[in-house]
Design a binder for this molecule. Sequence first.
Ligand SMILES: *Cc1c(COP(=O)(O)O)cnc(C)c1O
Length: 379
Amino acid sequence: MKNKFRIPLNRPALVGSELRYIGDALRRGQISGDGFYTRRCSAYLEHLLGARRVLLTPSCTHALELAFLLLPTEPGQEVLCPSFTFPSTANAFVLRGLKPRFIDIRPDTLNMDERLVEASITRRTAAITPVHYAGVPCQMDVIMNVARKHHLTVVEDAAQALGARFRKRPAGTFGALNAFSFHETKNCMCGEGGALVIMESRYTRRAEIIRQKGTNREAFYRGETDKYSWVDRGSSYVPSELQTAYLMAQLEKLEAITRRRRHLYESYHEALTPLEARGLLQLPIIPKDCESSYHLFHVLFETGHERQRVMSAMQRKGIYATFHFLPLHLSAMGRCFGYRKGDFPVTESASDRLLRLPLYNSMTPSEQDQVIRALKTLF
Ligand SMILES: *Cc1c(COP(=O)(O)O)cnc(C)c1O
């Protein structure tokens, strides 16, 4: 399926010292987790984000699960989040017996509409989980004010937003606990990977224990105890040194990666502006108080029918332009929670009309040119 496309949606690529670092990890003789490279990645991210602690995980999904294992919640409570997101956002707390209380998105950024958050809070609300769509931060000032007023914990799904900022503050540092993804499709990646960002130190010790199979192994490594044993509930949320060695090579190129993606984003924007002027499509926007991570580039068509026409034509030309997200409230699981078609009109409309264009770190000017020309000839 993937191979029939001349230009894929995403193409994982080496950006620097990946192979050298993996070789070094092998020579160091530890390829299980929490060795030299895992510590380096954590330290890098802690410094970048000003976090109390950053714990590398095998995926963003695991980081979100770890966040909801740490929060004192009870089954039947609710978490506010967008329906326009990846299933992991909701699955992390559904595993704890919590329910998603979906919130519609803004028609411009496709982020959770911050003006709708407060009205959705009930006695059962336990947390708010904003998602920074495409790497454009949500309006975190409004969301944090509402959270403080109602004593709610914020857990950001910052999967797409490494390097993004809202009013100069990095995405993934507003909530008490936040998650990043290093999946192959993300800006910085290691195949599969993620990180839990801890902004409040009261969560650190238990996060380390849960991540290390319910043991105090982390404290043992630091020499704080002379043996380690089973002290709490836990699981295994530790990536291997092979993954984190790869990741370190990508993280040290974060600025160059963001610059490169910004350039691709702006080239698309500029080239497609005449189509927008003719009313043929709508281009993405980045609000003035936001700096994007330029994770992806999407356009919105007037109708779902038009999106379908353009998508099929692009794919026939060997260019993998595609859609997302299927709204969670219309999925089989969403319907189990009682949601129906029509509940979130902006989400449903955007999901119908959205087309993603190929954008990846190693995309060449010629490849981007082919995408733009293919799109233009369809009008
Ligand atoms: C990619 C993504 C995830 C899942 O990340 P994994 O590392 O694959 O678990 C979760 N939420 C959002 C918004 C994502 O884009």
